[in-house]
Design a protein around this ligand. Structure first.
Ligand code: TRP
Length: 357
């Protein structure tokens, strides 16, 4: 905690409550969150307004909210120091989104590369929430017209999330940077036009900006089904590692292998603290003196050592779900107070304080 009277700068960051967090989240973002908890006053947001692609399955979203909070507690985020916030229970987020959307052009949204990529993915996967509306026919709708409007505007909501507690820093995975760039623009323009209200926040990407998937895909992602989750048990981790994508050009253990671009070694670099071991494994791999199986065994062991304390804390919170809910309730209540203060300033900056004397 900061000294009395000394205001720490603020962090706001968050995730969508769509399921278990994985190693990619950890190396890309969570690790920074953990490190910065003392230096900054942190708001960790569970962005349940951002689940329009799961609007037909709110039960899953409900589970996702608890799942995310449990993962946060398991990695060591501390609800005594930081605020765990459920987005929709601070409805000021919706109000600020509406007001900010006055000042953001459609063209600006269309130029957002993350939104563009996600939109294409959504169109391909199809929207199931429209399914029921089509004469009860079980048919997933695959067309742009079926993508919910809320999906198109979620980056504006994200700008509102970040501006609400007047955050200075937003530690996130690499794919979120376009939203932060947009936030900076909006803050700058708002302040210039209506007087200073919002700091211009910086983005901060983690040690491993984007972790490859176990299948060799460029990104570890739940929707690609190529993750190692923070809550996976030791056998699951072992099994996933043993079937990891590795050097496809290598047929025998005596063939010289490729280390660069090999996901197994990328994970060693990211999660195996025994640098000497990693150097030795790489050396023997390059010169055809070790098999993939041994390299993978060592990786599974390193990952399990890393995950063990997380699993232990997770077990505690799984058997004490009331503690998880209490953390969420406390953080959300605080965030709401902060949001109400911000909205007073925003309304008065915009001239919407019609009834003030
Ligand atoms: N869009 C982010 C994700 O998919 C989650 C998120 C919502 C977020 N609001 C945010 C991240 C504000 C950083 C800041 O993971």
């Amino acid at each position: 905690m900061g000294e009395a009277g000394e205001e720490r700068q603020r962090i706001l960051t968050g995730v969508r409550p769509t399921g278990a967090l994985h190693l990619g989240h950890y190396a890309g973002a969570l690790e920074n969150w953990l490190r910065l908890q003392d230096e900054y006053e942190c708001f960790f947001l569970i962005a349940d307004y951002q689940v329009s692609d799961h609007a037909d399955d709110i039960e899953r979203v409900r589970e996702g909210v608890i799942e995310v909070a449990t993962d946060w507690l398991a990695v060591g985020l501390d609800p005594e120091r930081s605020h765990f916030v459920i987005e929709s229970l601070v409805p000021e987020h919706a109000e600020l989104t509406t007001l900010l959307s006055w000042f953001i052009g459609l063209g600006r949204l269309e130029r957002n590369p993350t939104l563009k990529a996600e939109m294409e993915e959504l169109e391909e996967r199809g929207m199931s929430f429209e399914e029921a509306e089509r004469d009860g026919k079980r048919q997933v709708v695959r067309e742009r017209g079926a993508v919910p409007v809320a999906f198109f505007t979620y980056p504006i909501m994200q700008v509102a999330n970040i501006l609400m507690p007047r955050a200075h820093l937003v530690p996130v995975g690499e794919d979120q940077m376009p939203h932060i760039e947009m936030t900076r623009e909006v803050a700058r323009r708002f302040n210039r036009r209506f007087g200073y209200v919002f700091p211009e926040p910086d983005g901060l990407v983690g040690r491993v900006p984007r972790l490859v998937g176990i299948d060799g895909n460029a990104k570890m992602s739940k929707s690609l089904n190529n993750t190692i989750d923070l809550k996976d048990d030791a056998e699951t981790v072992e099994r996933k590692v043993m079937r990891m994508y590795t050097d496809p050009t290598r047929l025998r253990a005596t063939d010289p292998g490729h280390v660069e671009g090999n996901p197994v070694f990328m994970y060693h670099d990211a999660f195996n603290p025994d640098v000497e071991e990693v150097v030795d494994l790489k050396d023997r791999y390059r010169t055809g003196r070790i098999g993939d199986v041994e390299v993978k065994r060592k990786l599974a062991a390193a990952l399990n050592t890393f995950l063990d304390p997380i699993r232990e804390r997770r077990a505690h919170y799984e058997s004490n779900p009331a503690e998880v809910r209490a953390a969420l309730a406390r953080g959300t209540e605080h965030a709401r107070t902060v949001a109400q203060h911000t909205m007073v300033d925003v309304r008065s900056a915009l001239g919407l304080n019609y009834l003030d004397g």
